[in-house]
Design a protein around this ligand. Sequence first.
Ligand code: HEM
Length: 151
Amino acid sequence: MDTTDLVLAILHHVLVFSLAGIIGAEFVLIRGDMPAATLKRLAGIDRHYGIIAALIIIVGIGRVVWGLKGWEFYVHNWVFWAKMAAFGIVGLLSIVPTVRFISWNRQARANPSFGVPSSELASVKTFIRAEAFVFLLIPVFAAAMARGYGY
Ligand code: HEM
């Protein structure tokens, strides 16, 4: 039994579920009417997205280096790299929503009658949908890789 591996696995799962929760919250909050309070909440939630994603990278690398299977198991495993690519794509897809949330929040603070332009809202919705879809692929790759597929 290895306590380091157990602690890293627990942290990894908690962080991953937190990120799923954040993507779900953004998905639900992006709706037709977006009052200033919702814009503020979205910007706040999105800040946590960045922090949690950074922690997942740190803990994930920790699992590769100090996990039970040893780093060679992962670096030579294409399913692991597919999982990393999916995570990278989710990160890239999150850039547009993040930039928009900051901008909308800033405009709403400066102008209380600010309304989110419907074209921008629609494009952010599309990005978040795509993000959620690609995110769903990550546990599929994770489960396969953990069982030796791709090695
Ligand atoms: C830099 C990012 C990441 C790295 C380096 C990483 C690395 C790892 C490693 C080394 C394992 C252990 C697999 C094993 O037992 O052999 C693992 C498991 C797992 N990872 Fe990640 N991970 C990352 C991001 C994510 C994300 C974003 C998710 C989101 C769903 C995720 C979901 C999982 C799941 C569900 C498992 C458990 C698989 C199982 O035991 O069936 N990981 N990850």
